[in-house]
Design a protein. Structure first.
Length: 312
């Protein structure tokens, strides 16, 4: 059964700062003008608000490095944070992340999913997962609305991935070269999608690699032998998602032979580091470290699996 770490849900509600929207985009928002003249092949394209699921909230954006698809591209599938009560697929960090992925000639997909305020209704399969979550926790120590939204996020993620899989050729997506990237609540979701869903008989396109920004896996034992490698970045003074959860995930990975990189931000809180300016001991930025990790698993090459503590 799925177990939800109750301290996390409470701290999400009490202390999470909602992610704001904003940022300028360098992408062409209308890739198919009325005169049917396509933009140049090297002109990046943004396909906005594509419906993938059952509700109006179920929309996704696809950032493409060019308008001409010569072969299906590696794709990074991103889920925003927001404690399952806020956030948006066009949050302020998206422009920077998508531009970096574009430079690799990959797709970047960002989704919206149902939140607490949408009062999500779960399908029978995911309702069973929610029931297991409640059964295995002290009901007084878990916020049921947040727990329900967390499971709804997993259901919506499943729908989005299946939609991309069904329409891979239309959107130039190589589903055999797929990375997941999540921040906070989004990291809970990508970890759950990558490692937990198979425990409930839910099949999704499997990731080759997962990027975990200060999230957690609902139940560590769901990480099984030789599943997708991951990179974790977590502050050891995080007041929202306990750093111990990152240590527990690494311990489980050691137990089941899943390779990983684990970057601890000394005295770091819930985010707050600069991916571009903050530099690792090898003089590489955190962003370049993430991109190299993704590239090694999506394209090929030798990945560096490190456990390091950095101070900024």
């Amino acid at each position: 059964m799925l177990k939800f770490k109750s301290a996390v849900t409470n701290s999400f509600i009490c202390s999470f700062v909602l992610i704001s929207c904003g940022g300028n985009s360098s992408y062409t928002s209308n890739p198919f003008p009325e005169n049917n003249i396509q933009p140049p092949a090297n002109n990046p394209v943004l396909l906005s608000d594509i419906s993938y699921g059952k509700t109006d909230r179920n929309k996704l954006d696809i950032y493409q490095p060019g308008s001409v698809c010569e072969e299906n591209r590696p794709t990074v599938f991103y889920i925003h944070g927001g404690a399952f009560v806020g956030g948006d697929k066009k949050s302020s960090s998206i422009t920077n992340y998508s531009n970096k992925i574009k430079e690799k000639s990959w797709n970047f997909v960002s989704i919206n999913y149902r939140l607490v305020r949408h009062n999500p209704v779960l399908s029978p399969t995911f309702q069973a997962a929610f029931d297991g979550l409640v059964e295995n926790n002290n009901i007084q120590s878990i916020d049921l609305a947040v727990a329900n939204a967390a499971i709804a996020a997993l259901e919506d993620t499943t729908d989005a991935l299946n939609f991309l899989n069904d329409n891979a050729d239309e959107y130039c997506i190589d589903m055999s070269r797929l990375g997941f990237w999540g921040v906070s609540a989004g990291a809970y979701t990508v970890l759950g999608a990558g490692y937990s869903l198979d425990n409930f008989g839910v099949d999704i396109p499997q990731p080759d690699v997962i990027v975990n920004f200060y999230g957690d896996l609902f139940q560590d034992s769901h990480l099984d032998f030789m599943e997708a490698p991951f990179i974790t970045i977590h502050g050891d003074n995080d007041p929202t998602v306990d750093y111990q959860h990152a240590l527990d995930l690494a311990a489980q990975a050691d137990l089941v032979s899943v390779p990983y990189t684990f970057i601890t931000i000394a005295n770091g809180g819930h985010g707050g580091f600069d991916l571009e300016a903050d530099v690792m001991p090898n003089d590489t930025s955190i962003m370049d470290t993430i991109l190299s990790f993704l590239e090694a698993h999506l394209i090929g090459g030798t990945a560096d699996y490190d456990t390091v503590t950095v101070s900024f």
